[in-house]
Design a protein around this ligand. Structure first.
Ligand SMILES: [Zn+2]
Length: 81
């Protein structure tokens, strides 16, 4: 499962400081936010047997709040899956 990959999450959720400027990045699936480089997204996910079984691609950057499109296997241009 890819969750062991290095996280590039820099936002301190305990901070009350304003986030970076959010930019609408929806439409092109991405693995990292174009504004801040963060690769932790907020998504709606479905769990089954203690693992992620599916997710909605409408996402939000966890660091700056930019709306974006999360990737899914069907988006892989090399068709690895
Ligand atoms: Zn961001």
């Amino acid at each position: 499962m890819p969750f062991l990959r290095r996280l590039r999450h820099r936002h301190d959720h305990r901070s009350t400081a304003p986030r970076d400027v959010a930019i609408d990045q929806r439409g092109i699936p991405t693995h990292a936010c174009l504004v801040c480089g963060c690769n932790v997204f907020l998504v709606h996910a479905i769990f089954d047997d203690y693992d992620i079984a599916g997710w909605y691609v409408d996402a939000e950057c966890s660091c700056c709040g930019s709306p974006l499109t999360a990737p899914c296997p069907a988006d892989d241009p090399l068709g690895h899956r």
